[in-house]
Write a protein that binds this ligand. Structure first.
Ligand SMILES: NC(=O)c1ccc[n+]([C@@H]2O[C@H](COP(=O)([O-])OP(=O)(O)OC[C@H]3O[C@@H](n4cnc5c(N)ncnc54)[C@H](OP(=O)(O)O)[C@@H]3O)[C@@H](O)[C@H]2O)c1
Length: 425
């Protein structure tokens, strides 16, 4: 029986789940893999806090050196969250010859180059399956199973909180603010949900996932980010009538040496596989040149689903003879031979409040036509209110810059833009 000694950095939701999974799974592991995993020390902020797992009090410490300075501990598992001090602790662990397993998307997305360099220097492992989409094995899939592919398109629902909010707005016609409050009550949104609802959580994950898919470092700073805070029940209802479902999508495309990466609310046809992914579920839909299209779906958060990915990494790390790292140049800046394109092509759903008089539709069509944006559908929604009428315009595919220029030219006396949502088919 091989015994591997582990140290935890953190013991909250994910750490508690990992403790519970290790406890309940140890007999299977001993039987299946002749492997015994022993947790020796657990770093927390407050040793007296009530915990969701029965970690013995004597294992808890507030001194990080008791974990990363212990020569018996060979794997350090980090689920503290945040960029710092998590990154510095992981670097210290790697530099002292310990393998690191982490669930921390922020630390990996922002400091991957430093973490990987430190791991390679000491010939130890760096594992981060749980940092993207919880239980879904997207990192393993991109790194191993799809290695024989050039992946050219990724589309993901990779944030459960926003998917829960948008699913409820779609199904029940509720307002954003009401659903958000309910999601907080149900523990599906953080008390401060900014990182989720403003799209940053998805952007960190997209930066990691797109780097692996496109075999090039995709820095977080290159990801266009737009959240869901401005969305209205009316936009969702109008889209629904036209056969669209609204999702916060993480999109990544690579064509030759050009990459685009963006996170924003997106209408997709109700027949699209991602349109059926509801509630707190996550999914990644991708195209590779050999595998063609595929979708991975599952639970992207929660103590046990996330622990599934973390413990999977710990077992892998404990049994690995050699630790494998991505082969692209893992530099903080993007490879200068690549272009990151922010002038992507998309269709657009625009909701306008327009003056109710003859000639206005021609004006709108004219402002769009001036930038070569052509209209696919235009319709009036609802009644005239104070001389203004709500209008919905859906365009054919057009470059983002042309669309922005056209909208900037709209004369507010005649017509104001209430919302603009991109549409992907
Ligand atoms: N929650 C999920 O479903 C989920 C899913 C995928 C990935 N993740 C990632 O997993 C990580 C942890 O998430 P979580 O939900 O488990 O967070 P959490 O419940 O807030 O737990 C954080 C833990 O880290 C400890 N900690 C934080 N800062 C510390 C410091 N400076 N020194 C010592 N201990 C410190 C806390 O100690 P105390 O307990 O004493 O406060 C707590 O035990 C994050 O990176 C998150 O993005 C979470």
């Amino acid at each position: 029986m091989k015994e591997v000694v582990i140290g935890f950095l953190g013991c909250g939701n994910v750490g508690g789940g990992v403790w519970n999974l290790l406890e309940g799974f140890s007999k299977d592991l001993e039987h299946r893999d002749s492997l015994k995993l022993r947790v020796k020390k657990v770093l927390v902020r407050d040793v007296n806090k009530a915990r969701s797992c029965a970690v013995p009090q004597e294992l808890l410490t507030t001194q990080v050196d008791e974990v990363i300075g212990d020569p018996e501990i060979s794997i350090v598992v980090e689920f503290m969250g945040g960029e710092q001090p998590a990154t510095e602790y992981m670097l210290r662990a790697l530099r002292s010859g310990k393998t690191v397993v982490t669930a921390n998307k922020v630390a990996v997305a922002l400091n991957w180059h430093r973490l990987q360099a430190a791991a390679q220097e000491r010939n130890v492992g760096l594992y981060y399956e749980a940092s993207v989409c919880g239980a879904i094995p997207i990192i393993e899939t991109l790194n191993h199973a799809l290695r024989a592919n050039r992946v050219y398109n990724l589309m993901g629902i990779i944030n459960g909180t926003t998917n829960y909010i948008l699913s409820r707005m779609y199904e029940r016609g509720e307002n954003y603010a009401d659903v958000l409050e309910d999601a907080k009550r149900l523990g599906l949104a953080e008390p401060n949900p900014a990182s989720d609802v403003e799209g940053y959580d998805a952007a960190y994950k997209l930066s990691i996932m797109a780097s692996l898919a496109f075999h090039a470092r995709v820095p977080f700073s290159k990801v266009y980010v737009e959240g869901i805070t401005h969305l209205t029940a009316m936009d969702i209802a109008c889209g629904k009538e036209m056969g669209y479902v609204l999702k916060l999508l993480a999109l990544g495309k690579r064509e030759d040496d050009t990459i685009e990466v963006r996170v924003h609310p997106t209408f997709i046809p109700e027949s699209h596989p991602l349109a059926q992914v509801n509630g707190s579920f996550n999914a990644v839909y991708l195209h590779g040149h050999a595998c063609k299209e595929m979708m991975l779906q599952g639970r992207g958060a929660g103590d046990m689903p996330t622990a599934s990915a973390v413990v999977g990494d710990i077992i892998h790390a404990a049994l690995a003879e050699v630790h494998v790292h991505p082969t692209f140049a893992n530099t903080p800046e993007a490879d200068p031979t690549l272009t990151f394109d922010d002038n992507w092509e998309s269709k657009y759903f625009i909701r306008l409040s327009a003056e109710d008089r003859p000639g206005v539709l021609e004006k709108i069509a004219g402002w769009l036509a001036k930038e070569n944006v052509s209209i696919a559908t235009m319709m009036q929604k609802g009644r005239v209110d104070q001389g203004r009428v709500p209008l919905i315009v859906v365009t054919h595919a057009a470059p983002e810059h042309a669309m922005q220029a056209a909208l900037a030219a709209f004369d507010a006396e005649i017509c104001t833009v209430e919302s603009m949502i991109r549409v992907e088919e």
